[in-house]
Each structure stands twice: as C-alpha cells, then as structure tokens.
Design a protein around this ligand. Structure first.
Ligand SMILES: [Mg+2]
Length: 124
C-alpha cells in the first residue's frame, strides 16, 4: 500500500516527519550540509519559491483552488519549507509542539483580543 495515501494531518505526528527527514538526510550523507545557517537559508529559498508562484498575481483563494497545477506547486513549496523546518528542529533538538504553544501564548499576549478585535494588524 502506498504510504502517502493513508497519511494525513489527522493521523500523523511531528515525530513521524522528524524521523522521515532524518532518515532521508542520513541516507544521502547530507548531515554535513545541514548546519543552522544553511537550513535557515534553505527555508528562505523555499519560501521564496513559494512567493514566486504568486508574484505579481492577485489570485483569489477560489482561483487557486480551481487551478490544480498552481495548487500542486504551492503545496510542493510549502512541503519544501516544512522539510527544512523539520531538519532544523532535528539538528537543534527542538520540540515544535512546545515551541508552537509557547509562541502562541506570547502572540495571545502581544495581540490581545481586547486590542485586536477590529480586524487590524497594528495598534493605533
Ligand atoms: Mg522548492
């Protein structure tokens, strides 16, 4: 059975991705390239590729959803960013779930519901 068909966001954990990326990197002997600097730059490069797909275009969400090729390309670039995020988590021994929860707590304090309930991103 093709593993890709049964794995989805509802039934997988971050540790699965960490193991997959670690194995992929080790099998290719790429550990020497996976330094913090290189991985941060790789994340930026992949984010740039994602950005390029939408550069100078003002697609609506519906237009993207109705363009299978564009949607696939966007998904691929998001996955590329994610792979490098997972790799930097691996080499620095970070727990994404803990980082996420800690940062969301900070975000909730920084952007309180009381001050940011009118649709603005900035304090006036
Ligand atoms: Mg890419």
């Amino acid at each position: 059975m093709n593993e890709n068909k049964i794995i989805n966001d509802q039934n997988i954990s971050i540790s699965f991705f960490k193991k997959e990326v670690k194995k992929f990197v080790e099998e290719r002997n790429w550990n020497k390239y996976h330094t913090p600097k290189n991985l941060v730059q790789a994340i930026n490069c992949e984010a740039g590729e994602l950005s390029q797909l939408l550069l100078f275009k003002d697609y609506t969400i519906e237009e993207i959803l109705n363009n299978e090729t564009l949607l696939t390309n966007i998904a691929d670039e998001i996955a590329d960013v994610f792979v490098y995020v997972i790799s930097i988590l691996n080499i620095l021994g970070l727990d994404l779930s803990q980082s996420f929860m800690n940062k969301m707590e900070k975000n909730k304090k920084k952007y309180s519901n009381k001050e940011f309930n009118n649709g603005t991103y900035y304090k006036k």
